[in-house]
Ligand binder design. Structure first.
Ligand code: DGT
Ligand code: CA
Ligand code: CA
Ligand code: ZN
Length: 587
């Protein structure tokens, strides 16, 4: 039971209570508690085991604390079961559809017995929904679109969610009898932005049955299946599936290559090996005997050339070891053969962070706290980018407050001299492409970051013109989270990214790779395109607290998937070199 599981169950309770029409204050209390749980750096199960008083945490009252303890100790919340007896939990999936709130969910369930998105699709098809009070033709049309979007997302988990969800499994596997080593392979190891299922490999000589049995006995598994001595599979309470394979040491490297994938990468290296008279599979690399039909051979038939380590496998194929982030058959096989793999950017290369918020807008920590946290990370510089005035609900800064903030920045500069603070703002790109702060303010900022936060449903041409107009402002340095996407939640807005990148190259505007694992915007493919076009990329966390600064690694991993080297990333530069870039334009 990880914190994410606790947050999920409390959210479920709040959602179902909302459908039920319960007291809004009670519902709010649950949602505030969820915020706290999501921000915790320690596992709640450890705190419960240590009998710590959970009500000392912010926004956790007696009632919620009791639910959490009950959930961790018994695996469920009694109150939640009561509500579920009235409204099935699948209704919450319905509420994930934009435009479908708790009232409509209750109505669909009460009047038509609709429990799931599939039920809704069926009802829409027979036309019963538009006859319901409150559901006109137009809202039915909207629902159809929403269902289309929703379908694209279901079944995949964000990378950060998976990291948290499998922590308990990995800990459990440390005690697996006979397992010398356990590694995560698959898309997780390739650091894809979302993950379908998790692929684990355990190294064990001889009979793997005890390892598989230990694995399927994991207490956090909602379902489990042992399939013989080398394979098993569990589904966690969150719905995340984890597959395990048990492999002997002589094959571990080959299995790691095979199960890390991607499938396209595997196919590419196998095709190549055939030409060399070799055979590569999850057991190793083998030389096919003269005149033998490779399809007729045993799984380990032929002379064994490699298998123990990944390096040995690639070497037997005449290749240099390929970083997992690159294994997508996007040219890495050829580059590896030619000895031309890039030296990917690493977390250690980062010298600064160029987007974060403080208590001046919607951040949770002061400028000084953020400064000290950045200094602790070893950065040379960072930018404070609070929102601008149009973001009123996020307490965006108007010119007057911006100037007040600069005074505080000056004070913090004196108190934390070990790091350079750049005066900045995340300036809103208004509906018409103008910027949300006047020129005199923009000119006095050290660095200007711009982004879209409103009117995200504009058509492609309008949105593209709007962003291009904003980028043309001479004060602009960085276009932040350029497509506005939120993984599994909000599709990117309609934008001609190619045109934006071309303009960025022309205007010497950098594009952001937002490292927040909920965004990872731009995507790996777009960042790769930026590199091709010579557009400088910055990797920024968009942190709203010191803890958020550690999201940098997600951005760096994604930059690796885009083939970025340190020289492609502006904030790998020293403060001095970065200042030089800032002075590239007259403004
Ligand atoms: P996911 O789970 O959808 O996020 O993506 P992956 O890449 O983890 O895919 P998954 O879990 O289906 O399989 C794990 C790895 O196993 C995959 O990356 C490559 C390998 N693999 C799976 N199926 C095949 C196949 O049919 N041929 C080959 N050559 N490799 C495969
Ligand atoms: Ca997988
Ligand atoms: Ca799998
Ligand atoms: Zn933003």
């Amino acid at each position: 039971m990880e914190n994410l599981d606790v947050a999920r169950e409390l959210t479920l309770l709040a959602d179902l209570l909302e459908i039920q029409g319960a007291n809004p204050f009670r519902i709010r209390a649950y949602r505030n508690a969820v915020n706290t749980v999501e921000g915790l750096s320690r596992p709640l199960h450890a705190m419960v085991a240590a009998r710590e008083d959970l009500t000392e945490l912010p926004a956790i009252g007696e009632n919620v604390a009791a639910h959490i303890v009950e959930l961790i100790e018994t695996g469920s919340i009694g109150r939640l079961k009561e509500v579920e007896a009235e409204f099935p939990r699948s209704l919450v999936e319905l509420m994930a559809l934009p435009g479908l709130g708790p009232k409509k969910a209750r109505k669909l369930f009460g009047a038509l017995g609709i429990r799931t998105v599939d039920d809704l699709v069926a009802a829409l098809d027979v036309g019963t929904v538009e006859k319901l009070e409150g559901f006109g033709t137009k809202s039915v049309e909207k629902l159809r679109h929403a269902i289309g979007d929703h379908r694209k997302h279901t079944g995949r988990f964000r990378l950060d969610e998976v990291e948290q969800l499998i922590a308990g499994v990995l800990e459990h596997m440390r005690h697996a009898p006979g397992a010398k080593r356990v590694e995560v392979a698959g898309s997780f190891r390739r650091r894809r932005e979302t993950i379908g299922d998790v692929d684990l490999l355990a190294q064990c000589e001889g009979d793997g049955t005890p390892v598989v049995e230990h694995f399927v006995a994991f207490e956090g598994a909602a379902r489990a299946e042992a399939a013989g001595p080398t394979k098993g599979s569990i589904v966690l309470g969150s719905g995340l599936q984890v597959d395990l394979r048990v492999v002997p040491a002589r094959s571990f490297g080959a299995a790691l290559v095979y199960f890390t994938g991607s499938k396209d990468h595997n196919v590419a290296i196998r095709t190549r090996s055939v030409r060399e008279g070799l055979r590569v599979n999850e057991w190793g690399v083998f030389r096919v005997p003269e005149g033998a039909d490779p399809d007729e051979l045993e799984k380990e038939g032929g002379e064994r050339l490699a298998g123990k380590t990944e390096e040995s496998v690639y070497k037997a194929l005449g290749m240099a070891w390929v970083p997992p982030e690159l294994r997508e058959n996007r040219g890495e096989v050829e580059a590896s053969l030619a000895g031309k793999l890039p030296r990917l950017v690493e977390l250690d290369d980062m010298r600064g962070d160029l987007q974060m918020h403080s208590t001046w807008s919607d951040g949770k920590a002061s400028i000084e706290e953020m400064a000290r946290a950045c200094a602790d990370l070893g950065y040379e510089y960072f930018a404070i980018t609070d929102h601008s005035q149009a973001m009123a609900m996020l307490a965006g800064l108007d010119p007057k407050r911006a100037r007040e903030q600069w005074k505080e920045i000056d004070q913090v500069r004196e108190r934390v001299p070990e790091i350079e603070i750049l005066r900045s703002a995340e300036v809103d790109i208004l509906k018409d492409g103008t910027l949300d702060l006047p020129d005199d303010i923009l000119e006095e900022l050290d660095i200007v970051v711009i982004s879209v936060h409103s009117f995200m449903d504009q058509d492609r041409k309008t949105m593209t013109d709007r962003v291009l107009r904003a980028m043309n402002h001479p004060a602009v340095d960085i276009l932040a989270h350029p497509t506005g996407r939120q993984l599994n939640k909000r599709e990117p807005f309609a934008l001609d990214v190619e045109a934006v990148l071309e303009a960025a190259a022309e205007l010497s505007v950098a594009v952001e790779l937002n490292a927040n694992p909920r965004r990872l915007d731009l995507s790996d493919a777009h960042v790769h395109r930026a590199k091709e076009l010579g557009v400088p990329v910055v990797i920024s966390t968009d942190a709203h607290s010191p803890a958020g600064l550690s999201d940098m690694r997600f951005g760096v991993d994604q930059a690796g998937r885009a083939w970025l080297e340190p020289k492609d990333v502006l904030n790998t530069r020293s403060a001095k070199q970065f200042r030089k870039w800032l002075a590239r334009k007259p403004s």
